[in-house]
Design a protein around this ligand. Sequence first.
Ligand code: AVI
Length: 324
Amino acid sequence: MLVEHLETINSSVAQFAADVHAGLDRPGQKELPSKYLYDSIGSTLFEAISLLPEYGLTRADERILRRHASDIAELLPSPLIVSELGSGSGKKTRCILEALCKREAISYYPIEISATALASCERELAGIDCISIVGIEREYVDGLREVANRRAPGAHLLILFLGSTIGNFDAGADQRFLQRIRDILLPGDSLLLGADLLKPLSQLIPAYDDPIGITAAFNLNLLARINRELDADFNLRQFEHVARFNEDTNSVEMHLRSKESQTVTIPRAELMVRFSHGETIWTESSHKYSESEISILAGASGFRCEAQWTDVEWCFAENLFIAV
Ligand code: AVI
């Protein structure tokens, strides 16, 4: 078991090194995959971001679920099993599971690549009556296949994909990902999808560039992680966090800008990278949807959008998709 665990760690470091090499050695815009923002320090910083007054997304998601849990439950068939992609702490999920448990016992399968996140989700939700929790420590699509294989004949599946993580996929990849999810489902199964909506730049930019610098730390931690895990020598003080809105893609982009021309070595990725003054590494995109775009996304990926609930304080939509 220990050997297996060490092999997993080694292969994930090798994958990280390969992705860092590919992203920083490419011609043109340097980039790093946003999934690497979430090591244990990054995940803790993201929890702090979700408490910031400037970042209303997580609270809006929670508010809609709290207000409309019973409306959502009424639209869902029975018997039902529930799976969640990236459950995080499980806090947001509590009210929807409680609403469903009022009518039947629920099996809940959170899917996470992090065993720590699964454990905290299980702790958070353990007190709900009539729920059995089976954590699946896998990538989303693989984990979902496993859940689908476990379902009893006649049971419907509800997938939760909350928090607008869908917005962090590259342009077009959101639709391809939803299509892969749809391929695993049966007609009549459902997907509850949280999506952040377009809003004025005066609200969007401070949400991704807060005045106390938590988002800057979240972004810079990616370079610190490369130093820690790949023995690199990034001087963090020579890079700065930048958040900007890309009007062509309707996305807030996070970048790390080099404050001077410099060279960085990353021994475990077998790489030496030159940065010119002002050059950036693109680390994340956060797409902001229009309400109609969400219905089009549903149709293009094999669903229909059955219902949509929005928040008045922070433009955010919870969308119930049904597999057709
Ligand atoms: C996880 N995801 C939905 C967040 C977002 O808003 O795109 C990640 C984040 N990046 C900076 N702040 C928050």
